[in-house]
Design a binder for this molecule. Sequence first.
Ligand SMILES: CC(C)(COP(=O)(O)OP(=O)(O)OC[C@H]1O[C@@H](n2cnc3c(N)ncnc32)[C@H](O)[C@@H]1OP(=O)(O)O)[C@@H](O)C(=O)NCCC(=O)NCCS
Length: 166
Amino acid sequence: MQSPLVGATILLRPFTLADVPAAHAVYSDPAVMRYVGHGPVRAIGGTDSMIRQYMAHQRTHGFGFWAVVDKATGVVIGDAGLARTADGEVEMGYTLAQAWWGRGVASQAAGLWVGAARDQLGIERLRALVEEPNLGSRRVLEKLGFERDGVTIAFDREHLVYRLTL
Ligand SMILES: CC(C)(COP(=O)(O)OP(=O)(O)OC[C@H]1O[C@@H](n2cnc3c(N)ncnc32)[C@H](O)[C@@H]1OP(=O)(O)O)[C@@H](O)C(=O)NCCC(=O)NCCS
């Protein structure tokens, strides 16, 4: 799957290396990265590696973490996507620039991926990991029908596990 997923105000498309500077502006912000991975990415080389990994995952699996693009301006405002995990599940995630929070963007992006997972990719179940205080992210998942299913450790921190059967 390569064609953009188009929502009301955003579209999702595979990353290219040209997106590294825009992605780094997002991934280097400590507020954005408070509950993401190992925290803010300091050097642009770190973001370059992440984007290369997303592109490689896309080539291998036909899906992955994609750029979230504001349709009105064409600006890359974050990521949203699916990743195949080491234990064979498919995990959804999203990370948006702070200026775009609270405008329904994550709900749109996550909804587009849930639809694509079910209708285009034939995926039967999605997982998402969220830290308990990350209420915005939990609300995105709960609105889509994800349900709590225990806890796990990721990036050395406790996360709630959410699952959705498609
Ligand atoms: C979490 C995040 C993705 C939410 O994105 P968003 O585009 O602001 O979310 P939406 O506007 O679609 O809001 C979804 C719902 O959550 C609610 N919400 C958003 N932020 C919230 C917050 N900080 N506290 C409580 N509720 C919140 C919204 O009101 C909305 O609920 P509603 O539809 O019932 O009104 C965004 O804040 C972000 O990118 N954070 C940094 C990265 C991150 O934490 N990613 C997730 C890691 S698990």
